[in-house]
Design a protein around this ligand. Structure first.
Ligand SMILES: [Fe+2]
Ligand SMILES: [Fe+2]
Length: 284
Protein backbone atom coordinates (compact mmCIF):
# COMPACT_ATOMS: atom_id res chain seq x y z
CA UNK A 1 0.00 0.00 0.00
CA UNK A 2 1.11 3.53 -0.76
CA UNK A 3 1.47 6.18 1.89
CA UNK A 4 2.39 9.82 1.98
CA UNK A 5 5.42 10.76 3.98
CA UNK A 6 3.84 14.13 4.74
CA UNK A 7 1.53 14.92 7.66
CA UNK A 8 -1.42 12.94 6.32
CA UNK A 9 -0.37 9.31 6.07
CA UNK A 10 -3.92 8.14 6.90
CA UNK A 11 -6.67 8.31 4.26
CA UNK A 12 -8.81 9.62 7.08
CA UNK A 13 -8.28 10.00 10.84
CA UNK A 14 -10.87 7.27 11.41
CA UNK A 15 -8.38 4.81 9.97
CA UNK A 16 -6.66 5.11 13.35
CA UNK A 17 -9.92 4.25 15.18
CA UNK A 18 -10.37 1.25 12.92
CA UNK A 19 -6.85 0.06 13.69
CA UNK A 20 -7.53 0.28 17.43
CA UNK A 21 -10.83 -1.60 17.06
CA UNK A 22 -8.99 -4.35 15.18
CA UNK A 23 -6.21 -4.36 17.74
CA UNK A 24 -8.71 -5.02 20.51
CA UNK A 25 -11.08 -7.18 18.50
CA UNK A 26 -13.30 -9.04 20.92
CA UNK A 27 -12.20 -12.59 21.65
CA UNK A 28 -8.54 -11.95 20.88
CA UNK A 29 -5.97 -13.76 22.98
CA UNK A 30 -3.23 -11.93 24.91
CA UNK A 31 -0.72 -13.19 22.39
CA UNK A 32 -2.72 -11.82 19.49
CA UNK A 33 -2.91 -8.46 21.30
CA UNK A 34 0.84 -8.32 21.51
CA UNK A 35 1.09 -8.98 17.80
CA UNK A 36 -0.68 -5.71 16.94
CA UNK A 37 1.81 -4.98 14.18
CA UNK A 38 0.12 -7.66 12.14
CA UNK A 39 -2.98 -5.39 12.03
CA UNK A 40 -1.09 -2.21 11.19
CA UNK A 41 -0.81 -1.38 7.51
CA UNK A 42 2.02 0.91 6.31
CA UNK A 43 -0.11 4.04 6.59
CA UNK A 44 -1.01 3.34 10.23
CA UNK A 45 2.61 2.51 10.99
CA UNK A 46 3.77 5.75 9.39
CA UNK A 47 1.12 7.62 11.35
CA UNK A 48 2.50 6.28 14.66
CA UNK A 49 6.05 7.00 13.57
CA UNK A 50 5.10 10.67 13.17
CA UNK A 51 2.98 10.78 16.32
CA UNK A 52 5.68 9.35 18.56
CA UNK A 53 8.43 11.45 16.98
CA UNK A 54 6.64 14.81 17.16
CA UNK A 55 4.64 14.76 20.41
CA UNK A 56 7.24 16.35 22.66
CA UNK A 57 6.47 17.99 26.00
CA UNK A 58 7.06 21.40 24.39
CA UNK A 59 4.66 20.58 21.61
CA UNK A 60 1.96 19.46 24.06
CA UNK A 61 2.36 22.61 26.15
CA UNK A 62 2.17 24.84 23.09
CA UNK A 63 -1.00 23.18 21.80
CA UNK A 64 -2.63 23.34 25.22
CA UNK A 65 -1.82 27.04 25.36
CA UNK A 66 -3.27 27.49 21.89
CA UNK A 67 -6.53 25.57 22.29
CA UNK A 68 -7.33 24.97 25.95
CA UNK A 69 -8.09 28.59 26.74
CA UNK A 70 -11.15 28.03 24.51
CA UNK A 71 -10.87 31.44 22.94
CA UNK A 72 -11.17 30.34 19.33
CA UNK A 73 -14.89 30.07 18.80
CA UNK A 74 -18.40 30.03 20.28
CA UNK A 75 -20.61 27.33 18.88
CA UNK A 76 -23.39 25.07 20.03
CA UNK A 77 -22.74 21.32 20.34
CA UNK A 78 -24.87 20.88 17.22
CA UNK A 79 -22.96 23.46 15.22
CA UNK A 80 -19.74 21.70 16.18
CA UNK A 81 -21.18 18.31 15.25
CA UNK A 82 -22.24 19.66 11.84
CA UNK A 83 -18.82 21.19 11.40
CA UNK A 84 -17.12 17.90 12.29
CA UNK A 85 -19.35 16.18 9.76
CA UNK A 86 -17.63 18.13 6.99
CA UNK A 87 -14.56 16.01 7.73
CA UNK A 88 -15.21 13.55 4.93
CA UNK A 89 -12.98 11.22 3.03
CA UNK A 90 -13.19 9.49 -0.29
CA UNK A 91 -14.48 6.25 1.22
CA UNK A 92 -17.83 4.69 0.35
CA UNK A 93 -20.74 6.78 1.70
CA UNK A 94 -23.05 3.74 1.47
CA UNK A 95 -21.11 1.74 4.01
CA UNK A 96 -19.04 4.22 5.99
CA UNK A 97 -20.55 6.20 8.81
CA UNK A 98 -20.40 9.96 9.00
CA UNK A 99 -18.87 11.52 12.10
CA UNK A 100 -22.31 12.28 13.54
CA UNK A 101 -23.39 8.70 12.87
CA UNK A 102 -20.39 7.38 14.79
CA UNK A 103 -21.29 9.63 17.70
CA UNK A 104 -24.95 8.60 17.59
CA UNK A 105 -24.08 4.94 17.26
CA UNK A 106 -21.81 5.09 20.30
CA UNK A 107 -24.44 6.98 22.29
CA UNK A 108 -27.27 4.66 21.20
CA UNK A 109 -25.32 1.57 22.31
CA UNK A 110 -24.87 3.21 25.72
CA UNK A 111 -28.56 4.15 25.85
CA UNK A 112 -29.68 0.60 25.01
CA UNK A 113 -27.72 -0.68 28.00
CA UNK A 114 -29.70 1.60 30.30
CA UNK A 115 -26.87 3.87 31.41
CA UNK A 116 -27.44 7.36 32.90
CA UNK A 117 -28.12 10.33 30.64
CA UNK A 118 -24.72 11.95 31.19
CA UNK A 119 -23.07 8.68 30.05
CA UNK A 120 -25.13 8.69 26.84
CA UNK A 121 -24.21 12.32 26.31
CA UNK A 122 -20.51 11.55 26.78
CA UNK A 123 -20.89 9.02 23.96
CA UNK A 124 -22.52 11.62 21.78
CA UNK A 125 -19.80 14.27 22.17
CA UNK A 126 -16.68 12.12 22.69
CA UNK A 127 -15.07 12.67 19.27
CA UNK A 128 -16.05 16.30 18.63
CA UNK A 129 -12.44 17.22 19.38
CA UNK A 130 -11.54 15.82 15.98
CA UNK A 131 -12.44 19.25 14.61
CA UNK A 132 -8.75 19.91 15.33
CA UNK A 133 -8.24 18.35 11.88
CA UNK A 134 -10.38 21.10 10.40
CA UNK A 135 -8.32 23.69 12.27
CA UNK A 136 -5.38 22.45 10.23
CA UNK A 137 -3.70 20.25 12.84
CA UNK A 138 -1.77 17.26 11.47
CA UNK A 139 -3.30 13.82 12.03
CA UNK A 140 -0.60 12.93 14.57
CA UNK A 141 -1.79 15.87 16.76
CA UNK A 142 -5.47 14.87 16.65
CA UNK A 143 -5.72 11.11 16.99
CA UNK A 144 -3.51 8.25 18.16
CA UNK A 145 -3.05 6.49 21.48
CA UNK A 146 -2.15 9.13 24.05
CA UNK A 147 0.82 8.84 26.41
CA UNK A 148 2.47 11.06 29.04
CA UNK A 149 5.12 13.48 27.79
CA UNK A 150 7.91 14.51 30.14
CA UNK A 151 8.61 11.12 31.67
CA UNK A 152 9.87 7.72 30.57
CA UNK A 153 7.83 5.97 27.88
CA UNK A 154 6.07 2.75 28.79
CA UNK A 155 6.60 -0.22 26.51
CA UNK A 156 2.82 -0.70 26.83
CA UNK A 157 2.31 2.13 24.35
CA UNK A 158 2.04 0.77 20.79
CA UNK A 159 5.18 1.05 18.67
CA UNK A 160 7.41 2.13 21.59
CA UNK A 161 10.46 1.86 19.35
CA UNK A 162 9.32 5.01 17.51
CA UNK A 163 9.94 7.10 20.65
CA UNK A 164 13.67 6.94 19.87
CA UNK A 165 13.04 9.64 17.25
CA UNK A 166 11.34 11.95 19.77
CA UNK A 167 13.73 14.75 20.85
CA UNK A 168 12.53 14.26 24.46
CA UNK A 169 14.17 10.85 24.48
CA UNK A 170 17.53 12.67 24.47
CA UNK A 171 16.63 14.72 27.56
CA UNK A 172 17.65 12.66 30.61
CA UNK A 173 15.35 14.58 32.99
CA UNK A 174 12.36 13.48 30.87
CA UNK A 175 13.40 9.87 30.70
CA UNK A 176 13.36 8.76 34.31
CA UNK A 177 10.34 6.79 35.50
CA UNK A 178 8.61 9.89 36.91
CA UNK A 179 10.36 12.49 34.77
CA UNK A 180 9.01 15.95 35.64
CA UNK A 181 6.20 14.48 37.76
CA UNK A 182 5.86 13.33 41.37
CA UNK A 183 4.88 9.76 42.24
CA UNK A 184 1.08 9.37 42.13
CA UNK A 185 0.67 13.09 41.46
CA UNK A 186 -2.60 12.48 39.61
CA UNK A 187 -3.20 12.56 35.86
CA UNK A 188 -4.60 16.08 36.02
CA UNK A 189 -0.99 17.22 36.53
CA UNK A 190 0.34 15.01 33.74
CA UNK A 191 0.64 16.30 30.18
CA UNK A 192 -0.58 13.60 27.83
CA UNK A 193 0.26 13.78 24.14
CA UNK A 194 -2.09 16.32 22.58
CA UNK A 195 -5.18 15.31 20.67
CA UNK A 196 -8.95 15.26 20.36
CA UNK A 197 -9.44 13.84 23.88
CA UNK A 198 -7.94 16.82 25.68
CA UNK A 199 -9.73 19.35 23.50
CA UNK A 200 -13.24 17.94 24.00
CA UNK A 201 -12.57 17.48 27.71
CA UNK A 202 -11.60 21.13 28.09
CA UNK A 203 -14.53 22.40 26.05
CA UNK A 204 -17.14 20.39 27.97
CA UNK A 205 -15.70 19.96 31.48
CA UNK A 206 -17.85 22.68 33.05
CA UNK A 207 -21.04 20.93 32.04
CA UNK A 208 -20.43 17.25 32.67
CA UNK A 209 -19.94 15.10 35.79
CA UNK A 210 -16.43 13.91 36.68
CA UNK A 211 -17.06 10.42 35.35
CA UNK A 212 -17.91 11.77 31.90
CA UNK A 213 -14.94 14.13 31.98
CA UNK A 214 -12.65 11.16 32.52
CA UNK A 215 -14.27 9.22 29.68
CA UNK A 216 -13.65 12.08 27.29
CA UNK A 217 -10.19 13.01 28.46
CA UNK A 218 -8.70 9.53 28.57
CA UNK A 219 -10.57 7.49 26.00
CA UNK A 220 -7.44 7.18 23.81
CA UNK A 221 -5.08 6.46 26.74
CA UNK A 222 -5.03 2.76 25.94
CA UNK A 223 -1.72 2.06 27.69
CA UNK A 224 -3.43 3.02 30.96
CA UNK A 225 -7.03 1.88 30.59
CA UNK A 226 -6.27 -1.35 28.71
CA UNK A 227 -2.79 -2.26 29.93
CA UNK A 228 -2.56 -0.71 33.40
CA UNK A 229 0.54 1.29 32.51
CA UNK A 230 1.48 4.51 34.33
CA UNK A 231 -0.35 3.57 37.53
CA UNK A 232 2.53 5.25 39.39
CA UNK A 233 1.33 8.63 38.11
CA UNK A 234 -2.28 8.05 39.03
CA UNK A 235 -3.88 9.11 42.30
CA UNK A 236 -6.80 7.59 44.10
CA UNK A 237 -9.40 9.57 42.16
CA UNK A 238 -7.85 8.45 38.86
CA UNK A 239 -7.97 4.83 39.97
CA UNK A 240 -11.65 5.16 40.82
CA UNK A 241 -12.60 7.11 37.71
CA UNK A 242 -10.76 4.82 35.32
CA UNK A 243 -13.46 2.25 35.98
CA UNK A 244 -15.69 4.59 33.96
CA UNK A 245 -13.12 5.05 31.23
CA UNK A 246 -13.02 1.26 30.94
CA UNK A 247 -16.82 1.08 30.89
CA UNK A 248 -16.95 3.61 28.08
CA UNK A 249 -14.30 2.12 25.81
CA UNK A 250 -16.23 -0.90 24.40
CA UNK A 251 -19.01 1.42 23.20
CA UNK A 252 -16.48 3.47 21.28
CA UNK A 253 -14.73 0.43 19.84
CA UNK A 254 -17.47 -2.08 19.21
CA UNK A 255 -20.61 -0.15 18.30
CA UNK A 256 -19.34 0.42 14.75
CA UNK A 257 -20.48 -2.89 13.32
CA UNK A 258 -24.07 -2.24 14.37
CA UNK A 259 -26.76 -0.97 12.07
CA UNK A 260 -26.72 2.59 10.88
CA UNK A 261 -28.49 4.84 13.40
CA UNK A 262 -31.87 6.17 12.28
CA UNK A 263 -30.76 9.72 12.70
CA UNK A 264 -34.05 11.49 12.02
CA UNK A 265 -35.94 9.28 14.52
CA UNK A 266 -33.55 9.72 17.40
CA UNK A 267 -32.56 13.35 16.86
CA UNK A 268 -35.31 14.77 19.13
CA UNK A 269 -34.02 12.63 22.01
CA UNK A 270 -30.50 13.98 21.53
CA UNK A 271 -31.70 17.56 21.20
CA UNK A 272 -33.33 17.21 24.61
CA UNK A 273 -30.25 15.56 26.06
CA UNK A 274 -27.83 18.18 24.80
CA UNK A 275 -29.96 21.09 25.99
CA UNK A 276 -30.32 19.48 29.43
CA UNK A 277 -26.58 19.79 30.03
CA UNK A 278 -25.29 22.51 27.73
CA UNK A 279 -26.21 26.15 27.18
CA UNK A 280 -26.94 27.23 23.62
CA UNK A 281 -23.34 28.10 22.78
CA UNK A 282 -20.15 27.07 24.50
CA UNK A 283 -16.54 28.23 24.16
CA UNK A 284 -14.21 26.26 21.87
FE1 LIG B 1 -11.86 9.29 19.96
FE1 LIG C 1 -14.85 7.38 18.84
Amino acid sequence: MQYNADNTPLQHVDEWDEFVATRYRQGKSEEEFRDYKADANPTVTEFYRQNHAHQTLDFVLSKKAEYCSLSRDKKSIWEMAEYLNTLVDDSDPDTDLTQIEHLLQTAEAIRKDGHPRWFILAGFVHDLGKVLCLYGEPQWAVVGDTFPAGCGYSDQVVFPEFFAANPDSKIPAYQTKYGIYEPNCGLDKVHLSFGHDEYIFQATRKYLPKEAQYMLRYHSFYAAHRHDAYRYLMNEQDERMFEWVRKFNPYDLYSKGRERPKTQDILPYYEGLVSEFFPDKIDW
